[in-house]
Design a protein around this ligand. Structure first.
Ligand code: BGC
Length: 433
């Protein structure tokens, strides 16, 4: 996935203006919203076909889970379709750099067995998820352990790699204070449970048990592609061992754990993403330019500055930017469900009538989505006058979720978080009927 710092182009804006005018229902309902029933939910706009209703994919970008290639058919399902996520490559680079800088600043005593090898283990979330792939690459790139495959850093798990002979990685080298250390990825694996759920925290907790009994004090660093898995490993092993552990997401429990030795995490600006997820729907339903309340101030004063997100028009995707959270700044991130200040103003219901949105979370027990993302969505839905029905999936099958989209005609817009990034058609086919 390529990222370019592009903002909404004029042509795009013009095109959306036209398509929204053509879309009818959503726009026209809000036109007469000034009248008596403005406060009431509109119910679904009966004159808009489901296939023409606003649709936002979030957190799992429609894409081929083997190659990462974007599924543009899903991303441009209709003129009001978008993806909201975060800049996976920029975040991954930060994650890798955060770990490398930690090693450089804390080298004294870090090499626990003094063998000159900084050994790390890596918890991979979902080998078919672009975010997870980017994070594995980011860690390997910064630590010098990546090897190229098809022009990119190989993101495959190594299983175990006690002697450094794995073909999926190589031994890296880091020089600190005039001394050279080898850096070795001792072990890595996808954290998938037997029922098929990925990014599985309990699986990571078990894995660190196995890894620590094989590698013991060869493990100097624990790296994880998210905080759910990172905290599980921290709580079951590394906290007591005082082995620095790094995650991703800036979930509140992980940020708090920095005071107790958790090495650091990355904020993917969920406060901005949750806003964007609902905001693009609100704008389409209001029949206004998609940039309203995003790059352009809305009638309540909401606007985002361009240092917290980028829009890539070709990919029809909004990406929030990431920030490293370490011992230096974690106090600023302790409340992960606090909404972003500059987009916290309530919309006037007479101009932005209440609308119904169907939204699913692919796995109700995903730490990041349940403890950070959903509470943020719930804060923003009131501000944006959206009546959102939240559906929690089991993280294993798409049908567990699609079964609960029995009557799309009842909703004005949809926000979808797939189990597997290849499966967009499971949803769009329901909206096309
Ligand atoms: C988050 C993970 C989460 C995953 C779910 C990622 O962006 O970092 O914590 O498990 O999304 O799809």
């Amino acid at each position: 996935m390529k990222m370019s710092k592009k903002i909404v182009s004029l042509t795009m804006t013009a095109m959306l203006g036209l398509s929204l005018a053509a879309c009818g229902g959503g726009g026209s309902t809000s036109d007469d919203a000034g009248s008596s029933d403005a406060g009431e939910s509109s119910g679904a706009s009966s004159d808009v076909a489901n296939k023409d209703k606003p649709l936002v994919w979030f957190n799992r970008q429609p894409s081929n889970s083997s190659t990462g290639e974007l599924d543009m058919a899903a991303l441009s399902f209709n003129d009001n379709t978008y993806y909201v996520g975060f800049d996976a490559n920029q975040g991954a680079e930060l994650q890798g750099t955060m770990i490398k800088e930690y090693i450089e600043a804390n080298i004294d005593g870090l090499d626990r067995n003094g063998d000159g090898v900084i050994g790390y283990v890596l918890a991979i979330g979902d080998i078919g998820h672009n975010d997870s792939i980017a994070r594995t690459r980011g860690v390997r790139k910064a630590l010098g352990t990546g090897v190229e495959k098809d022009g990119e850093i190989n993101s495959e798990p190594v299983g175990t790699n006690a002697d450094g002979s794995s073909a999926a990685v190589q031994d890296g080298e880091i020089e600190v204070g005039g001394k050279k250390y080898v850096v070795r990825e001792l072990a890595s694996q996808e954290m998938k449970n037997s029922a098929g759920a990925t990014w599985d925290a309990a699986t990571a907790g078990n894995a660190i048990g196995t890894w620590s009994s094989s590698f013991g004090d060869e493990i100097d660093i624990v790296a994880s592609n998210n905080d759910g898995m990172g905290m599980s490993m921290f709580n079951s092993w590394s906290k007591e061992q005082e082995v620095p552990t790094f995650g991703y997401d800036a979930n509140a429990d992980a940020v708090a754990a920095i005071a107790e030795g958790y090495g650091g995490t990355i904020s993917q600006h969920a406060d901005v993403q949750a806003y964007l997820t609902l905001r693009v729907l609100r704008n389409a339903l209001d029949g206004v330019d998609v940039d309203t309340g995003i790059g352009t101030e809305d009638d309540a004063g909401n606007v985002l500055s361009d240092d917290v997100y980028v829009y890539n028009a070709d990919e029809r995707s909004y990406y929030a930017l990431n920030v490293a959270v370490t011992a230096d700044n974690y106090q600023d991130f302790t409340d992960s469900t606090k909404i972003y200040e500059s987009v916290s103003a309530q919309l006037d219901e007479s101009a932005h009538a209440s609308k119904k949105v169907w939204l699913n979370i692919y796995n109700a027990s995903d730490n990041f989505l349940s403890s950070t993302y959903q509470p943020l969505l719930q804060n923003y839905d009131d501000i944006l006058n959206l009546e959102v029905e939240y559906i929690g999936g089991d993280g294993q099958t798409e049908s567990n979720i699609t079964n609960r989209l029995g009557n799309p005609g009842e909703y004005d817009a949809f926000a979808i978080n797939m189990v597997k990034t290849d499966n967009a058609a499971s949803y769009t086919s329901l909206l096309s009927q």
